[in-house]
Design a protein around this ligand. Structure first.
Ligand SMILES: [Mn+2]
Length: 410
């Protein structure tokens, strides 16, 4: 069946109420950018809708928590919606966890080009160009604790390209079985495509990463639909600050200068790939040898961090180093595990605990009474596999250090 070729923009999770977080120190020259990042990245999404001349915009929830933004949040959105209204671009919005329809301040009228889907049963709206149907939008705002029920989004009529708009989790098998052509989903803060085609199910993620875990570009997605209803996803970035994680492995021969040269190289390639972007870099250094040992103890990693900030963090666009973390070695010098010393006994004990992952680490005894019911206890009792390994590695490194000190080397 023939169809109009058309283009729309899919975005979600603006989270206007949440500035970036997860850093111990924001330098003065990046402060303003930090505070403005949620709004500025969202504004770039609307800029793109205008520049790309889209037929309409689909917003899949979690745009703002209006209790936490105060009037600034809704005012900003109304302003942006009005920019689109002037060009006759409609907006289809399904609320998520923080923006159910009733949370919108009643005193602030949404412009007429915006359709905010109600909660519960999905509603169907046909988008028209002149008098011809272009797409059928099937949307619902999220119910509290609700999962998406893909069966409820069945298009009333087939023929015209159908787009489901919803926020939250859904069972992928039911999505695949649905008659919807494109699932415009929201909720996941990093971009991902759950299903490539027939149907396409996509989450554009938040236009701005919020913390070190949300590394890499963030933005929105443009979707081109051709005469044969083929879908082409065009991801684009809108973030004004970009989190990056860089991991380096060092060996016996590494010098401090050599490591810094490698870091400078990484900064250079980030800048070349995206010259306008301000980066926030978390460095992970792994490996063994004298340099790794030196970085693990004392002030060396702090000094390295200060130099990196000084060299690359000051000018704009900045490459600001958030932290340098040095991973503990997976294993220490082999001979130590056999020696008849406290260190040998200690390392053999750690090794046994790493092998026998079901054995409790019995850490509760080390917690003071005051913290006995607190989050630290929960954390220790429910320590998942990856952090158990890490905990044991940290303990081994610390133990070796305390028992023999620097003269031991490794
Ligand atoms: Mn969200």
């Amino acid at each position: 069946m023939s169809n109009w070729p058309f283009r729309f923009l899919h975005a979600s999770d603006f989270h206007l109420e949440t500035p970036p977080f997860g850093v111990d120190e924001v330098p003065d020259h990046l402060m303003e950018l930090f505070l403005a990042a949620p709004y500025r990245s969202a504004e770039r999404v609307f800029d793109a809708a205008l520049a790309e001349n889209v037929d309409f915009v689909v917003l899949a929830g979690d745009l703002l928590d209006s209790r936490r933004t105060g009037p600034r949040g809704p005012l900003f959105l109304v302003e942006q919606f009005e920019r689109l209204a002037q060009r006759d671009i409609r907006v289809y919005w399904a609320g998520g966890q923080i923006d159910p329809p009733e949370a919108w301040p009643p005193s602030m009228r949404l412009p007429k080009n915006v359709y905010l889907f109600a909660q519960g049963e999905p509603e169907q709206r046909v988008h028209r160009r002149a008098d011809t149907a272009v797409a059928r939008l099937i949307g619902a705002s999220r119910l509290p604790q609700g999962r998406i029920k893909p069966q409820a989004f069945d298009p009333e009529h087939s023929g015209v390209f159908s787009i489901a708009v919803a926020h939250g989790r859904a069972d992928l098998e039911s999505i695949k079985a649905s008659r919807v052509d494109y699932w415009a989903l929201g909720g996941h803060h990093s971009r991902r495509t759950l299903c490539e085609s027939m149907p396409t199910a996509h989450e554009p993620g938040s236009p701005q990463g919020r913390w070190p875990e949300e590394a890499g570009p963030h933005g929105y997605t443009l979707i081109d639909v051709d005469l044969e209803r083929n879908v082409e996803l065009k991801p684009a970035s809108a973030d004004v600050l970009r989190w990056e994680t860089q991991r380096l492995v060092i060996g016996e021969e590494h010098t401090a200068d050599g490591l810094e040269r490698e870091m400078a190289g990484r900064v250079e390639s980030l800048r070349q790939a995206s010259p306008e972007t301000d980066f926030l870099i978390t460095w992970h250094v792994a490996g063994s040898g004298p340099l790794a040992d030196a970085l693990r103890r004392g002030t060396a990693s702090g000094e390295l961090l200060a130099r990196l900030r000084d060299r690359f963090g000051q000018r704009r666009p900045a490459a600001w180093s958030v932290a340098v973390s040095v991973e503990p070695p997976a294993r220490h010098r082999a001979a130590w595990y056999d020696e008849d010393t406290i260190r040998g006994e200690f390392l053999r004990q750690i090794e046994r605990l790493s092998r026998e992952s079901n054995e409790s680490l019995d850490l509760e005894g080390f917690l003071s009474d005051a913290s006995a019911d607190g989050p630290a206890r929960d954390l220790l009792l429910k320590t998942p596999e990856a952090s158990r390994t890490n905990l044991l590695r940290e303990a081994a490194a610390l133990g070796v250090d305390l028992l023999f000190g620097e003269e031991a080397g490794s």
